[in-house]
Design a protein around this ligand. Structure first.
Ligand code: CAA
Length: 287
């Protein structure tokens, strides 16, 4: 399949990442089918997406008529069968491998045999998702970054049996979405998190050890290295539960102390301090 053949993209899940992928795809001219497990989550995701598009309009990044045209290209549903109309599907459900394998098996049954299937997972094994289908050559990773409409990077991941044709299509898709593409092997963390996670975990370890205040740790990386966010602010932004999940997946595979979650991180997650999404992490974000 060629990128010109891709008219309709499916997105499984309309959470933070799913909504961003839907927005980016619709703005790039694709028709989009987005599916959530119930109406409440679907409406919440679509409200987030509309809010982001309104922000883009108010920032002068998107014309009001283009916003409406993009919204008109989106079809929101709770029905998995709607993915039968898609030439490419991006799975952006929660990070649970068994659930993802089930989604891939369902997509394999529902979608035409030529449809390409991808996952936005940040650390789970793409090869095992591919193995849940009869088309492992047409399965690959498409890892977007939050906020998806703003971040220019797209990491594409080649699983063990992904074909060259699928990778070529992935690159072309990334370009059409206005992203710069990098390619990684199917190893937990790919490129981005393999480098980011040890850095984030070190920031937490040194904060916990009393090296400096959280503000000074963050200011150092912001002003000394021109990062838009310091590491602890970025941990809150990513979500401490998500960070812990990725670190655990990486540690599980590599058994390398660089990826071992610090006790403070695990306890913060246990205590419900997830970062921005819960209102409190290293910093307090109010209600
Ligand atoms: N649509 C389009 N453009 C938008 C937009 C939207 N909804 N919202 C903002 N923008 C644009 C703005 O116009 C602005 O563009 P210019 O620089 O051209 O003016 C730019 O995006 C920045 O927006 P803001 O000025 O509103 O916000 P900011 O300057 O405070 O930046 C931020 C916010 C982009 C989030 C920035 O703090 C940042 O880059 N933080 C780091 C984010 C990051 O590292 N993300 C990766 C997380 S890891 C991940 O996702 C993967 C994983 O596996 C864990």
């Amino acid at each position: 399949m060629d990128i010109q053949d891709v008219k309709t993209i499916g997105v499984v899940g309309c959470g933070l990442m799913g909504a961003g992928i839907v927005e980016t795809s619709a703005k790039a001219g694709f028709n989009v089918v987005v599916r959530e497990i119930n109406d409440e989550l679907l409406q919440k995701g679509m409200a987030r997406l509309r809010g982001s598009m309104e922000k883009a309009v108010s920032k002068g990044k998107l014309a009001a008529e283009d916003k409406q045209a993009a919204l008109d290209r989106i079809s929101a549903t709770t029905d998995m069968e709607a993915f039968s109309a898609c030439q490419l599907v991006v799975e952006a459900a929660i990070e649970n491998l068994d659930l993802k394998k089930q989604i891939f098996a369902d997509l394999d049954r529902i979608c035409p045999p030529e449809t390409i299937l991808s996952s936005n997972t940040s650390s789970l094994n793409i090869t095992s998702m591919a193995a849940a289908t009869q088309r492992p050559d047409k399965v690959f990773g498409l890892h977007f970054f939050n906020p998806v409409p703003v971040m220019p990077l797209l990491e594409i991941v080649r699983a063990l049996l992904t074909s060259e044709e699928t990778m070529v299509l992935g690159r072309a898709l990334g370009e059409k979405l206005g992203k710069t593409v990098v390619v990684a092997k199917d190893r937990p963390g790919f490129i981005a998190n393999l480098l980011f996670v040890p850095y984030a975990l070190d920031a937490i370890r040194w904060y916990d050890a009393g090296l400096a205040t959280k503000e000074d740790i963050d200011t150092t990386m912001k002003l000394g290295f021109n990062h838009p966010m310091g590491p602890l602010t970025l941990c809150d932004f990513v979500g401490l539960d998500t960070l812990l999940f990725i670190a655990d997946a990486m540690y599980d595979e590599f058994k390398d102390d660089r990826y071992a979650a610090p006790p403070l991180l695990r306890r913060m997650v246990m205590a419900g301090l997830m970062g921005r999404k819960s209102g409190r992490g290293f910093y307090d974000y109010g209600k």
